[in-house]
Design a protein around this ligand. Structure first.
Ligand SMILES: [Zn+2]
Length: 274
């Protein structure tokens, strides 16, 4: 599933190409991928709108349009948002096509269909519950270790489950939760409230390092992730633990363990992570 670094890569690539463009036509080939408003309303409302900004919040892509409206894209498990020439062949599982006034098309493709598109004002989307309330951005300079410490305090839930909770910190999923905990030398099943300030500081820094390194390497294509041009990222070759269960830990050589925490497979080193 695309996480913060993958979504950030797409957003940064699309931004200079989308700002100032107008959506001249919209086509839904799989209408129920749009969760708000009704699909016919979506097509009518988005047509003629100009793109003013392109941003990210957690794993959500936010395209700001005229009239304070937002086009929100969540890639789910296998979603891909691509910018192509409108004459390009339409591949399988292309569910949404937005024609832009420069002859290009923004296409949403999603084989597993767990993704979603929303259109509305931020308030409307929050009120309808289609856009959830999200926690702070882990790479935002204003989010410091003390804030994370406060959020963890007295929590009995495991570190892994809290890192995956989008209301706790936004944008971290299975890959970067495991990577961050390994870098911080912390066991994923430890109760979050048991951490000292010093350990939380280490985790805060490790999380930032894991995410920023992955952004630098254009994300991890461990599954179906592709950037806005259809290319794979490079971070998958550099992951320390994710996808490496049974392989030797890069630090101590012991085979990495795999357990299930919060319903998700979790890879870690029993010797290095305490
Ligand atoms: Zn180890």
């Amino acid at each position: 599933m695309p996480e913060l670094p993958e979504v950030e890569t797409i957003v940064a690539d699309l931004r200079p190409h989308l700002i100032g463009r107008t959506v001249v036509r919209a086509e839904l080939r799989f209408p129920s991928i749009v969760r708000h408003p009704e699909p016919e309303m979506f097509v009518d409302s988005i047509t003629g709108l100009r793109i003013e900004a392109v941003g990210r919040r957690g794993k959500f892509i936010l395209v700001a349009l005229d009239g304070a409206r937002l086009l929100v894209v969540h890639l789910g498990m296998s979603g891909q948002l691509r910018l192509v020439d409108s004459a390009a062949e339409i591949t399988n599982h292309t569910h949404v096509m937005l024609d832009l006034d420069d002859g290009r098309q923004l296409r949403y493709r999603d084989p597993r269909r767990f993704g979603r598109l929303l259109l509305g004002t931020e308030e409307e989307l929050l009120t309808s519950g289609t856009l959830p309330k999200l926690g702070p951005e882990p790479i935002d300079p204003s989010f410091d270790a003390e804030e994370l410490y406060k959020r963890f305090r007295r929590r009995r839930a495991s570190l892994k489950s809290l890192l995956l909770d989008q209301a706790m910190v936004a944008g971290v999923g299975n890959i970067y939760a495991d990577e961050s905990l390994h870098r911080a030398k912390l066991r994923p099943d430890r109760a979050a409230g048991s951490l000292s300030r010093k350990s939380v500081r280490r985790l805060h820094e490790s999380m930032r390092d894991s995410l920023e390194l992955a952004i630098k390497n254009r994300g991890s294509s461990v599954d179906t992730y592709r950037d806005a041009w259809g290319e794979t990222g490079n971070q998958q070759e550099k992951l320390l633990v994710y996808g490496r269960a049974g392989e030797p830990c890069f630090t101590c050589g012991r085979p990495l363990s795999i357990v299930r925490i919060a319903g998700r497979s979790t890879v870690f080193c029993r010797r290095c992570q305490r």
